[in-house]
Design a protein around this ligand. Structure first.
Ligand SMILES: [Zn+2]
Length: 155
């Protein structure tokens, strides 16, 4: 399942990426380009904009969100698309640029992550596109807590 989140849904896009979903998001893009992309790809438009929603002819390819809170938005998306734990690959995708992460050696991140992180972690992942390095630190635990709070124990 691939998505395209409109510019009002940045936070939702971030959390869907954390769950491992392929979500395109641009803070600034023309409406006609969005419609074009939805028509030409297998992405589903997630939007809060009723005018934009109306412009998508195939309603299987667009979902109109009503809530302003990313928590309820995430819940609605999970329900609407029957997302279950088997669809979820937490922390497999770069939150910033949507690229799939690759495992990288501990040696290769020396000097690129904080000293304390380096000495207390064994597993590191890198985004091959933007070079951002990921590890399962406390920030990840915080996000996992937030997600569990929203989705229950479905993971
Ligand atoms: Zn990246």
């Amino acid at each position: 399942m691939k998505f395209f989140a409109d510019r009002m849904l940045g936070k939702l896009a971030k959390y869907l990426r954390i769950l491992g979903f392929d979500v395109e998001y641009f803070a600034d893009i023309e409406e006609s380009k969005i419609i074009d992309m939805i028509n030409k790809s297998d992405r589903i438009l997630l939007t809060k904009d009723i005018a934009l929603f109306t412009r998508v002819e195939n309603k299987d390819k667009a979902y109109l969100l009503k809530s302003d809170s990313w928590r309820s938005q995430l819940k609605s998306v999970v329900k609407r698309f029957n997302i279950s734990s088997k669809d979820i690959r937490c922390f497999s995708r770069c939150i910033v640029c949507n690229t799939k992460l690759e495992p990288t050696s501990k040696e290769s991140v020396r000097g690129k992550v904080p000293e304390y992180t380096y000495s207390t972690h064994e597993n590191f992942y890198i985004c091959p596109k933007c070079g951002r390095i990921y590890w399962k630190g406390t920030h990840v635990e915080h996000m996992e807590e937030k997600i569990t709070e929203v989705l229950g124990n479905m993971r």
